[in-house]
Design a protein around this ligand. Sequence first.
Ligand SMILES: Nc1ncnc2c1ncn2[C@@H]1O[C@H](COP(=O)(O)OP(=O)(O)OP(=O)(O)O)[C@@H](O)[C@H]1O
Ligand SMILES: [Mg+2]
Length: 365
Amino acid sequence: MSTAIAVLGDFESSGQPVELQALAGVSALTPMFGDSSEGTGRANVIVSSGATFGMVGESPAMRRVLDRVARVAPTGATVLVTGETGTGKELVARAIHAGSPRAKRPFVRVNCGALAEGVVASELFGHERGSFTGALERRKGRFELANGGTIFLDEVAELPPAQQIALLRVLQEGEFERVGGTETLKTDARVVAATNRNLDEAVREGRFRSDLLFRLNVFPVAMPSLRERKGDVALIAGHYARQYATKLGKRIRGVSPSAMEALVAYPWPGNIRELQNLVERAVILARGEVLELADFELPGPAIPHSDAEPADERQSIEAALRAARGRVYGPDGAAESLGTAPSTLDSRIRRLGIDKLAFRAGRRN
Ligand SMILES: Nc1ncnc2c1ncn2[C@@H]1O[C@H](COP(=O)(O)OP(=O)(O)OP(=O)(O)O)[C@@H](O)[C@H]1O
Ligand SMILES: [Mg+2]
């Protein structure tokens, strides 16, 4: 059981808010950046700041990722980071660079999905003066700029076919030519690529070269979705609550048990980015020192429609009942927190065969 849930459990039974103090985000990556663990045998608490590449998480899934990142970082190996939107792919790419001997050299990011097809080659490899209309100067490409450092090819699945071939050549020979150029240039840029697409599928559909996938996939890092590591929700929420409270000059002491229950139950389609944004909003909206369920404005309807996973529906209803100690009706009832009519909720509870009385004395946890 993760610390976060243990902490949550403790506070839940007392009905007290989950104290931010108890939710210190720790990161297995911290030692990589030279922080001492002060003899605790654990990594140091990350002080919230964009500069630490703070990857918060203690779940087994996250620990596996952090371990792989720490091991591959110092090597020069090509890394392919995959995962849903908002799972931390870019954070991992930056951590790999920061944990490598190339840390003091440039980290150059290219969003392959945001470039128009006609400019991809020139962006990646540069161009010679006069190579096309508007090419008034010779210009270095990102591979040249990243020489000695790391090039981060974000949304690599969107790379047009011609550039897939050129990239394959860079990966194999370290060679390329500028657009309109004849000189063959060498680059020593470490490649980290990322995608939220299924590249095997793209290969099957003929949209992505299998030899390129093979070259990129030297060391795969698959980011878990937040749904797969719910034990980290409380830690990450605490991390960002502290960060935004400091930024906004507000005193925030904790998160109410019902809010924390709902955060853990929510399926987080936007993953950590979505959690981060909702916590920022909650800190802005908070009237007191405790972040309440209403402050989070979780996207509704909190009860999924019938096409959604029945397991999710059951989970969110049970979480709401637990927080409301089995009450459906009233201002603190489960219907209110789920944003649904009490009669509708009652019929769903019956349909799912949930025993709401079991939540009354906190008998079910
Ligand atoms: N483990 C983590 N702990 C704390 N914050 C995190 C963690 N992982 C990601 N974040 C934060 O979540 C946000 C999204 O992360 P990032 O941009 O790396 O995701 P991504 O996978 O590249 O998303 P996309 O596919 O949409 O580009 C960032 O603000 C990042 O700082
Ligand atoms: Mg990204």
